[in-house]
Design a protein around this ligand. Structure first.
Ligand code: SF4
Length: 380
């Protein structure tokens, strides 16, 4: 397949693996003293496991899997709020397929649907808009979640709803800015890393400059990468060369898609519709300043929180994670999925305990699908 096969070429991969091994030798890193590289994006995690890059690459490099899966960073408390919404009379609740399977404290959205709630899977917020137009007597809520990749389409749906003066459409806004998640990681004293593989899709929207603080303030290299195996290998080599040369820069391996300044139309839509809010509670009882966005006052009629008087004073939310669940540590790269006591026991793709096993981009789902390991490596 043109434009794909070139990025999966075995000979080129071999050459890159050799170059990586040479650079690792020049740095002097070893299996016991490796260079830690975090791939932020769940799509990259899946490429690494699907093509076995973690096994092919020099043992002097260790991948740490980061928090760049939008479904994976949703706390149960948010799903609990969704469940309350779907139980209101006349509400049609719409969301992406992955979000329907995230466990809440007592049930997931798909379980609520099985019990009779009107929960509908959509592929785009524009689908939710169409449902609102065809059901004028019902309230249609779209569950807006994700990083900058999905923010523009949700923003666009709100702009269209405002233009059409739709009265029965609103967005439960749970979008989070990815750079704020990265800052959270960098400020965490338990985080150990030497470089980042930057997200391709998010960067397509925001460009590369929002990462400048990583190199300027934290002196850590970051290379924005594409999603094919050669993209990943080349990006690892670029990070390693920065480490070897004691540089900390923002580099762009994915220049065929990502531009320095991103997509101005998308950025305008984001800035027009959203503004930063304060705090969202993160998995594993961590409280973070992750810049959850909220809908601006101009569009308050389309804000589910205001329309349904949802008081999401997050500090009052009682978050109880399942016993032994390590989602918080896994999502921040401190623990591997197979070190979670629930992996393969209480948590499988069929019956997920945490969101990392639900999403197609989740790191636990990637381990399950590609590693062949079906049980935890430690006992409860
Ligand atoms: S195996 Fe399940 S409970 Fe453990 S970290 Fe992964 S998603 Fe969370």
């Amino acid at each position: 397949m043109k434009y794909v096969n070139e990025f999966r070429d075995p000979e080129a991969a071999q050459w890159l693996l050799l170059a990586i091994a040479e650079t690792v030798n020049e740095i002097g890193s070893t299996k016991d003293n490796p260079i830690y590289i975090m791939e932020i994006c769940g799509g990259h995690t899946h490429t690494i496991f699907r093509y076995g890059l973690d096994r092919l690459i020099s043992s002097g490099v260790k991948f740490i899997h980061g928090p760049g899966c939008p479904v994976c960073i949703l706390p149960k408390a948010i799903i609990d709020e969704c469940i309350k919404l779907v139980q209101k009379p006349g509400v049609i609740f719409t969301t992406f397929g992955d979000a329907m399977r995230i466990p809440g404290t007592h049930k997931s959205l798909i379980q609520a649907k099985a019990e009779g709630a009107d929960v509908r899977m959509v592929y785009s917020p524009l689908d939710a808009l169409a449902i609102a137009r065809s059901h004028p007597d019902q309230e249609v809520v779209f569950f807006g979640l994700g990083f900058e990749t999905t923010m523009p389409s949700t923003a666009l749906s709100i702009q269209i709803a405002a233009h059409e003066a739709l009265k029965n459409f609103s967005v439960f806004c749970n979008h989070i800015t990815l750079p704020s998640m990265i800052k959270l990681l960098l400020d965490d004293p338990y985080t150990k890393l030497d470089g980042f593989i930057g997200p391709g899709h998010v960067s397509m929207v925001i460009g590369t400059h929002p990462y400048d603080f990583i190199s300027n303030d934290y002196r850590i290299p970051i290379v924005v990468a594409g999603f094919e195996p050669l993209d990943l290998l080349q990006s690892v080599l670029m990070v390693l060369k920065q480490v070897r040369d004691r540089r900390a820069e923002v580099e762009n391996q994915y220049a065929r898609v990502v531009s320095e300044h991103g997509n101005p139309l998308s950025i305008d839509a984001i800035n027009n519709v959203y503004e930063p809010s304060s705090i969202i509670q993160f998995l594993d009882f961590k409280e973070i300043n992750a810049n959850r966005l909220r809908i601006r006052n101009n569009y308050s009629n389309f804000d589910t929180e205001r329309k349904f008087s949802i008081n999401r004073c997050i500090k009052t939310v009682n978050l109880i994670e399942p016993k032994g669940c390590a989602c918080g540590q896994v999502i921040t790269g401190q623990t591997k999925p197979i070190e979670c006591p629930q992996y393969g026991k209480g948590c499988t793709p069929e019956i997920p305990l945490g969101p990392l096993m639900v999403s197609s981009e989740g790191v636990c789902a990637a381990y399950w699908q590609y590693s062949g390991i079906r049980t935890t490596e430690i006992s409860i």
